[in-house]
Design a protein around this ligand. Structure first.
Ligand SMILES: Cc1cc2nc3c(=O)[nH]c(=O)nc-3n(C[C@H](O)[C@H](O)[C@H](O)COP(=O)(O)O)c2cc1C
Length: 209
């Protein structure tokens, strides 16, 4: 269970000019390495009492505005985000001894953008999003299977399944993005882009491992 990390380090000189460009680079390298679901990230939210929850979601896009995922707007995570409006997400790229940690306030993705992504989803996923009251207690599996059958029937004659009102995207608008590269002897590299709240400029800080 003890893995020693060797390999290339991460230095400020080798870092891209923005967190976004650096994430593009590492994302591409994770993809090239052929790992499954490189867009999976662990999303942490907190409820009104400050109690944290985490779960995996799929990142479905990122640009200079932030990191986007899609979910049910009535789920536990969305309830948390409506109250706290702040999230953190971590891409765990263990096979490369890397992680990227993003945190910041959240906003709902614009309906047009949600619509565009929704249209790219397979019909089965679309119907599943209609059928599942995500995060609520259901009596048994049958309830879910019956709900899916009823929704499938409802849209049977429709070529296009519309976006449910209870479904859409969230964008984490980063205030901090940390790139973590494992190194030998637990002397890892941590380079963190930090947003200045006043002039909105970014600085890079090296953080001790
Ligand atoms: C690999 C993986 C990817 C997932 N992607 C998503 C996703 O993109 N959106 C989503 O709502 N749930 C996704 N889930 C399910 C969530 O982890 C979680 O169970 C669900 O969103 C309900 O979370 P909540 O009750 O905390 O709101 C994924 C789970 C796994 C294991």
């Amino acid at each position: 269970m003890r893995v020693d990390y060797v390999g290339e380090g991460l230095d400020v000189e080798g870092l891209a000019g923005t967190w976004h460009e650096q994430l593009v680079k590492w994302f591409a390298e994770a993809q090239e390495a052929g790992f499954p679901e490189v867009n999976a990230m662990v999303l942490a939210t907190a409820n009104a009492e400050g109690q944290p929850s985490s779960r995996t979601v799929l990142c479905k896009g990122f640009d200079e505005r932030g990191v986007v995922f899609y979910t049910n707007y009535t789920s536990s995570k969305s309830h948390d985000l409506r109250v706290m409006r702040y999230a953190s997400a971590t891409f765990p790229w263990y096979a490369q001894h890397r992680q990227v940690h993003v945190r910041g306030p959240v906003e709902e993705v614009a309906p047009e953008e949600t619509q565009e992504y929704w249209a790219s989803r397979p019909r089965g996923s679309q119907l599943g999003s209609w059928a599942s009251p995500q995060s609520t207690v259901v009596r048994d599996r049958r309830v879910l299977d019956d709900a899916l059958a009823a929704i499938t029937q409802r849209f049977a004659d429709d070529e296009v399944v519309p976006v449910p009102g209870h479904w859409g995207g969230w964008r984490i608008q980063p205030e901090q993005v940390e790139f973590w590269q494992g190194r030998a002897d637990r002397m890892h590299d941590r380079l963190r882009f930090v947003l200045d709240p006043v002039d909105r400029s970014w600085a890079v800080r090296r953080i001790a491992p």
